[in-house]
Ligand binder design. Structure first.
Ligand SMILES: [Zn+2]
Length: 275
């Protein structure tokens, strides 16, 4: 596991001078927006200790921390969080989040914070996804729903893996099902809990339910109950901020090794610690 720092600054002359002086690779762009500097640097980089000291006294920038895992760490983990590498388009109708009114049961869950919504009808797409090389895609705003390419659907249907079923996704204009893309419905809940004791909490003023800001800078820890966990499941906890709410999707070692043997693309996997 490697810690990666993403840094972005505008009109930050000191940072630019520091990076040039130390020969640290970065992107620099002069435009009508200003003079922007951006870089991603691992803590294993020989100049990281110097840069860390500089960042401690240079606060006029955006600094986020993420984790990167090796293929070996991912294949050996007992469980991984499952995410898409990117999002495609918006659920329809997107104006005023109109999709919520037709995609979810009207009286289940909270429209203010998004916690607890339950799907009643297929998600509607403006146009079919164009990521021909991805096996799985996501829509913006809906971070715990996944859509499978035809090949990925065939893979999963023949996999013997548990915790899911496959259903249609629809083209909004015509109401017809998409031909080559399907929704992966994850019905199973993780038999256990995520340790949220150090996470930032948000309490909904409307319904009183809690969601957590999902950390990017540390590994998630899970306490599993006894008994077999399904190969794909969702966390009982809700994550997100503002109007967005989603559950973490967890996949078993068997799931990870299966999709890796099928060479799935477009997937991000992050090992979780199982306690
Ligand atoms: Zn709420």
């Amino acid at each position: 596991m490697e810690r990666l720092h993403s840094i972005f600054a505008n009109h930050n002359v000191d940072l630019k001078a520091f990076l040039d002086l130390h020969g640290i690779e970065h992107e620099f762009e002069r435009s009508i927006v200003g003079e922007t500097v951006s870089l991603v640097i691992a803590e294993s980089h020989p100049s990281w200790p110097d840069l860390a000291r500089h960042l401690a006294v240079n606060s006029d920038l955006l600094h986020t921390v993420g984790l990167r895992y090796s293929a070996e760490e991912i294949s050996q983990a007992g469980f991984c969080e499952f995410q898409c590498a990117g999002q495609f388009g918006y659920p329809q109708p997107e104006a005023a989040f109109g999709y919520q009114n037709i995609t979810y049961y009207p009286s289940i869950g909270c429209r203010s914070c998004g916690i607890g919504l339950r799907q009643v009808d297929p998600f509607r797409f403006k146009k079919p996804p164009t990521q021909r090389h991805s096996h799985v895609v996501q829509l913006n705003w809906v971070f715990d729903e996944f859509f499978l390419s035809e090949r990925a659907r065939l893979d999963l249907e023949g996999s013997g893996l548990t915790g899911f079923r496959i259903g249609p996704a629809v083209l909004h204009k015509s109401g017809e099902p998409l031909h080559d893309w399907y929704q992966l419905h994850i019905d199973a809940q993780l038999p256990g809990v995520i340790d949220t004791s150090t996470f930032t909490k948000e309490l909904c003023g409307q319904c009183g339910r809690t969601k957590y800001n999902h950390p990017t800078d540390r590994q998630i820890e899970v306490r599993l109950d006894h008994g077999a966990a399904p190969d794909i499941s969702r966390s009982p906890e809700w994550f997100g901020s503002g109007g967005s709410a989603w559950r973490s999707t967890m996949v078993s070692k068997k799931f990870v090794n299966y999709i890796s043997s099928r060479k799935w693309r477009g997937v991000n996997l992050a090992p979780v610690l199982v306690r």
